[in-house]
Design a protein around this ligand. Structure first.
Ligand SMILES: Nc1ncnc2c1ncn2[C@@H]1O[C@H](COP(=O)(O)OP(=O)(O)OP(=O)(O)O)[C@@H](O)[C@H]1O
Length: 244
């Protein structure tokens, strides 16, 4: 839940206001996409929810916990325990094999090795990465890397999966595959908030928020629209948004 959230960078004449008076809630089990032109404030918004940046004003709460009140150390623990991240550039560590990359958040949460293996098995099957676990990130393709990154994000059973342009570096086939995967985990109850430039990606979500100049300018629910119609509506809204 975000209430009147604002964010400025810098001071005086060089001050940039990235977000102003942002208000919205994501319900448990929802899949929400955030769209907007470059510089609109999408990544800033995601980073604030991720506790990686601090808002200049307003309140942000996850599960009724006020994130702005957390100290630095508590923020790191909060991220590990409640959030999963998928980034455009995968952010896998080349010095660890894929299995250990996926286990990393659990190691930090001091989960037993047996429990890690138990959680990995169904996830690796679902993501079709079973054959890749002993390889290193530099030995696999971009699409495979993103599926490993998704496993790393999901293995902690996060309350919220945050994805920043997760398909930005993928070809159309791997994009589709990742979106189908996100759709499936959402149907299984995973809450997702995804920043994207792609109407096709956003059309998988239940709701799309459009950001312009740091404010939520428009919102579209999918309802019972077909995915194709919804993608068209999102793309039309983006055209209007960029023209105004
Ligand atoms: N650390 C920072 N210091 C100063 N200004 C910043 C900083 N981070 C972002 N901004 C500014 O805040 C505004 C919003 O940036 P943000 O990265 O959130 O946009 P975005 O919508 O994610 O863009 P893109 O789609 O290009 O990634 C921009 O004007 C940007 O220049």
């Amino acid at each position: 839940m975000l209430n009147h959230v604002s964010k400025s960078f810098g001071k005086g004449d060089s001050q940039v206001t990235a977000l102003r008076d942002i208000r919205f809630s994501v319900e448990e089990g929802e899949y929400v996409a955030i769209m907007g032109e470059s510089g609109a404030g999408k990544s800033t918004l995601l980073n604030i929810i991720a506790t990686l940046e601090t808002a200049t004003g307003g309140q942000i709460a996850l599960n009724n916990q006020d994130l702005s009140k957390l100290k630095e150390k508590e923020k790191a623990a909060f991220r590990r325990q409640h959030l999963g991240f998928v980034f455009q550039n995968f952010n896998l560590l080349d010095t660890f094999n894929n299995r250990d990359n996926i286990f990393l958040p659990l190691v930090l949460n001091k989960v037993s090795h047996k429990e890690m293996e138990k959680r990995l098995e169904p996830l690796a099957k679902e993501l079709e990465i079973e054959q890749l676990l002993d390889r290193y990130p530099y030995e696999i393709s971009g699409g495979q890397k993103q599926r490993v990154a998704a496993a790393r994000a999901l293995i902690t059973n996060p309350d919220l999966l945050l994805a920043d342009e997760p398909t930005g570096a993928l070809d159309s086939q791997n994009t589709k595959r990742l979106l189908v995967l996100f759709d499936r985990v959402n149907r299984q109850g995973q809450t997702i908030l995804m920043v994207t430039h792609s109407s096709q990606a956003a059309s998988y979500a239940n709701r799309t928020l459009f950001i312009k100049d740091g404010i939520i300018y428009h919102e579209l629910y999918r309802g019972d629209m077909s995915q194709k119609d919804y993608a068209k509506k999102i793309s039309d809204s983006m055209t209007v948004l960029t023209a105004e």
